[in-house]
Each structure stands twice: as structure tokens, then as C-alpha cells.
Design a protein around this ligand. Structure first.
Ligand code: GLN
Length: 379
């Protein structure tokens, strides 16, 4: 292992000593863990990790390098990246760079050589908490104090840092990356429908899927108003994923409230949480969240279990939801809300990621259901 000595300190006083990779320096963030075995490049480029230091539970990371295609946004929004062991001899025909040099180039601090199992146990028992990752200060007491003094992400709008400033058309489908077509013969067939996707820090595989359903897609900034969106004549509005606490995003809640009943709505992750808030529900912070590609979800309508990809630390409170909102999906690990549907208006959402990237493909049907919902309303 090359690299410099580096430490992670948690706000509860725990300190982990290891070796740095990637960039050097010091960074504060909420320390969380992800249970995916692969897909680290998609995780690194998922804007929903803005403000967080991500620990991978799988013990060897970096073995297939990085490439130019497996990116979910234009940059890396997470604060730091922790692994048990970094593979320094990546081997894959698609690899163009090592994970070490990718993190260096993108100015993200990496830490390896710590007992990630012990760290994950701390987070599971005490909850996701603020931490500090440093290659410059190696004094335990000073680091713990800095971890405690740093901001919590509760109550902060982290989405405004990663949302686009301008609207743009989205043209590339999944096949443009050589990824398998998911909608059979119907893939890419023009439906004539227009989706406006509100981007709060959207993963790019979502608009790729929306294009694959045969719809035209316009991506608009998360601060767009209902008037601006309706002026684009959408057949449906999509609410994207995004980082942080949903409750401070009052501008988004207001927009969704004004759209509800005027156009079909589909939300993913933060999008589901904002839809729930717009319907009068409440959100709360989970102890350690759901992050990984192996979360079991029950679809209550079909009785089928989907294995899903997830990344969230907040959840909708089922008891807070009004009677006209139905819980359609639940998480089988902890019974939390994984999907909702409005009984009066054409609006639904899921807490998990049907676009995968990375993860299982069990839930693609939801994109088709959105098209059917739009067709039903438009016909
Ligand atoms: N991936 C997401 O959209 C995450 C939603 C929200 N930021 C949460 O942590 O719960």
C-alpha cells in the first residue's frame, strides 16, 4: 500500500487509522455505508451522496478500474470514499484509469486499510453521523472535536448545490452506452409523449430510461416553478432523486403541489419524498439509511418481491400520510415506505432506484407504468 497515513474520526469519538489514496487534505461529511459489491463508479458519481463520506462494505474495491461510460452525473459530489482494500492493479477491457488516479483527479480523499466492518457496526448501532477524514491532521482529539463541530445535514438544502441552472433536452437512450434495451420491441418507439424531468441532482440513467420508453425528455432545474413547467406542455412530470434532507426544499414542495392533478407525476427517491411532503405527509431521518443494491421490497399489489438498488437516509412517515395516499411498496428489512400512489390524482413514486446503475433490473416496469399512466390521462 502506498499513500500517506490518514484518519477518519466520528462525532461519537471513534477514530480509524489507515492509508490515504486519491486526493489529500481534510473533509467533513456524514459517514454512511453502501453494501453494493460493484458499481463504485456509479456510486461515486451519484449526486445524492453530496455531503457524505461513503464506506463500501465489500472488502476489495477498484479491481475493474474506472471508465468514461459508467458515470451518473458530470462530476463527483460525495465528500470522501472509504474501502477496506484498494485494488491497485485494475484489470478490465473497459478500464481507462485506476480508482486512485480518478479520485486524485476529481479531488476526493480516499481512505483504505481500516476495519470497515467495525466502522459499519458503529454506524448501524449509533446511526449515520458526522465525521472527518484527514491526511493533514492526525491528532485524535483534534479530529474528534472537528467531527463534532461540523454541520449535520439535517435541515440543509444540499440539492441546490447539484441541480442544473438551465433546462436542456435529453437525447441519449440506454443503447447509446451499449446497455441492453429494457422494453423489448417497444424500446425507442416514439410514443409522442413529452416528459419534463425536474432535476434535483438526477442520476443520468433515469433520463436514459425515460428516453427508452419512447418519450421526449426535457430536463429542468429543481427550482423551476409549476408555471414554467406547464408552459412546456408536458404529458407527465418526473421528480428526480437528489441529496440531503427533503424538508428544507419548500420551493419543490410548492411546485409539486401546484402540479398535482394537472399532469401525471412519477418520483424516484428524493422525488418520492417530495411528492409525499406535497401530499401533506412528513419525512424523518432513518438511523443508518438504505444504501446498496440488495434491498428487498414488497410490491403490495402483486405480492412480488423486488431486489432493489437504494441510496437514501430519509424516509416518508407512513402514519403521516393522508387517506388519499396509498402505500404501495414496503421495505422487507424494516417495513419502511418504499412506494406511494395518490388515490385521486395520477401520481406515484418509489423510494428505490428502478434505473439501477448499479444494481438489479427487477423494477424497470415502473417506467412503463409511468407511460401507461400518461397515456391513460392523455387519451
Ligand atoms: N437518492 C436520493 O434521492 C436520496 C433522497 C434523500 N436525499 C435521502 O437521503 O433520503
Amino acid at each position: 500500500m502506498s499513500g500517506r497515513p490518514a484518519k477518519l474520526a466520528l462525532a461519537n469519538g471513534s477514530v480509524f487509522s489507515g492509508i490515504s489514496f486519491g486526493a489529500e487534505g481534510e473533509i467533513h461529511g456524514e459517514v454512511v455505508f453502501n453494501t453494493s459489491m460493484t458499481g463504485y463508479q456509479e456510486i461515486l458519481t451519484d449526486p445524492s451522496y453530496n455531503g457524505q463520506i461513503v464506506t463500501m462494505t465489500y472488502p476489495l474495491i477498484g479491481n475493474y478500474g474506472v471508465n468514461e461510460d459508467d458515470v451518473e452525473s458530470k462530476g463527483l459530489s460525495l465528500r470522501g470514499f472509504i474501502v477496506k482494500e484498494l485494488c491497485d492493479e485494475p484489470s478490465n477491457y473497459r478500464s481507462t484509469e485506476s480508482l486512485d488516479s480518478y479520485l486524485k483527479r476529481n479531488n476526493v480523499i480516499g481512505l483504505q486499510g481500516i476495519d470497515t466492518r467495525a466502522l459499519v457496526r458503529q454506524i448501524r448501532i449509533h446511526g449515520a453521523m458526522p465525521g472527518i477524514l484527514s491526511t493533514s491532521d492526525l491528532d485524535d482529539a483534534s479530529l474528534v472535536q472537528k467531527a463534532k463541530d461540523g454541520p449535520s445535514l439535517v435541515g440543509i438544502d444540499l440539492a441546490c448545490e447539484v441541480m442544473p441552472k438551465e433546462a436542456a433536452d435529453w437525447s441519449s437512450p440506454l443503447v447509446s452506452l451499449g446497455r441492453p434495451v429494457q422494453f423489448g420491441a417497444a424500446a425507442g418507439a416514439d410514443t409522442g409523449l413529452h416528459i419534463v424531468a425536474i432535476d434535483y441532482g438526477m442520476k443520468w440513467n433515469i433520463p436514459r430510461y425515460l428516453r427508452d420508453t419512447g418519450c421526449r425528455v426535457t430536463v429542468v432545474p429543481g427550482k423551476s416553478t409549476a408555471e414554467e413547467i406547464l408552459a412546456l406542455n408536458p404529458d407527465g412530470v418526473f421528480l428526480s432523486n437528489g441529496p440531503g434532507d427533503p424538508e428544507p426544499l419548500d420551493y419543490a414542495v410548492e411546485t409539486i403541489q401546484s402540479l398535482l392533478g394537472k399532469t401525471p407525476i412519477f418520483g424516484i427517491c428524493l422525488g418520492l419524498q417530495l411528492l409525499g411532503l406535497a401530499c401533506g405527509g412528513k419525512t424523518y431521518k432513518l438511523r443508518f439509511g438504505h444504501r446498496g443494491a440488495n434491498q428487498p421490497v414488497l410490491n403490495k399489489a402483486t405480492g412480488k418481491v423486488e431486489v432493489t438498488s437504494q441510496n437514501h437516509g430519509f424516509a416518508l412517515d407512513a402514519d403521516s400520510l393522508p387517506a388519499d395516499v396509498e402505500v404501495t411498496h414496503i421495505n422487507l428489512n424494516d417495513d419502511t415506505v418504499e412506494g406511494i400512489r395518490h388515490r385521486q390524482h395520477p401520481a406515484f413514486g418509489v423510494q428505490y432506484h428502478p434505473e439501477a446503475a448499479a444494481g438489479p433490473h427487477d423494477s424497470h416496469y415502473l417506467f412503463r407504468e409511468f407511460v401507461e399512466l400518461m397515456r391513460g390521462v392523455t387519451a
